[in-house]
Design a protein around this ligand. Sequence first.
Ligand code: GLN
Length: 300
Amino acid sequence: MAWPDATLTVQACLQQAQALGVARLDATLLLAEALKQTRTWVLSHSEYALTPKEYSVFQSWLQQRAQGLPLAYCLGRREFHGLMLKVTPDVLDPRPDTETLVDWALEIWSQGGADHVGSAGSTRQLGSGPAAAREPTRVLDLGTGSGAIALALKAAYPHAQVHASDVSVAALSVAQANAKALGLPLTLHTGHWWGAVSGLRFDLAVANPPYIREGDSHLASLVHEPFVALVAAQDGLADLRTIIKGAPLHLAPGAWLLLEHGHDQAVAVAQALAAAGFVEIGHRSDLAGHTRCTGGRLRR
Ligand code: GLN
């Protein structure tokens, strides 16, 4: 679309975005990025005239966004639990809802609910101090994608050995790039669920596996994200069940397994956990109030 120089203002760009059906917040964030300014600056400088270069950067993102590409892929980054992550179409766009899983893990250890389970202070000498004793020692994020959950846990638990697996080599290279950029070392493993970490045991395992059922109408809005990260057989429960079934062989007695799942899968996940020998089974809700996470503790 031709856009005369005289109208290359922030305001004109926002109007153009609206005409293309792009949400105002998204357009503002794209402008902020193109102008290397904050969102607040953009909002308070509606008369600012973009340089042709700024405009062309904004244009290319705007057109991609108008075609449905998630904002995170347009920008190539996404903030998750206070960490700025690189994201590409090889990985799921990390959702704020998934921060629930991280917060739950932090809650368990901060409240001493994990006493005597892989707490760093109880299994190895890290010097004294209650902080060191309130960290899990061996942590695993199954199907890590961008590394979002694993990195958030490593940021919170600097003494923990944090492992992360994925079946996708392309995803692991994004996770590796994020680990390096953030200075948060992870031990990465390629492979399918527990097959990636055979012979190892953990005190805390978390996963946001694919859980959308095949043919779900929801998938129409997710076409830009990796299918393999989204869809699972058995009404979306196949991977959750595989993870739960294999967990007792790879968790220490008393260890925790926390899982993200679909809004209507909490009962099925809780049943599978109980059948596999988990106790203290609980749930957490996402930002929209859906029961989004279920987890439990392996019987000692
Ligand atoms: N929460 C994502 C969505 O419904 C799906 C993520 C997943 O399948 N793990 O958009």
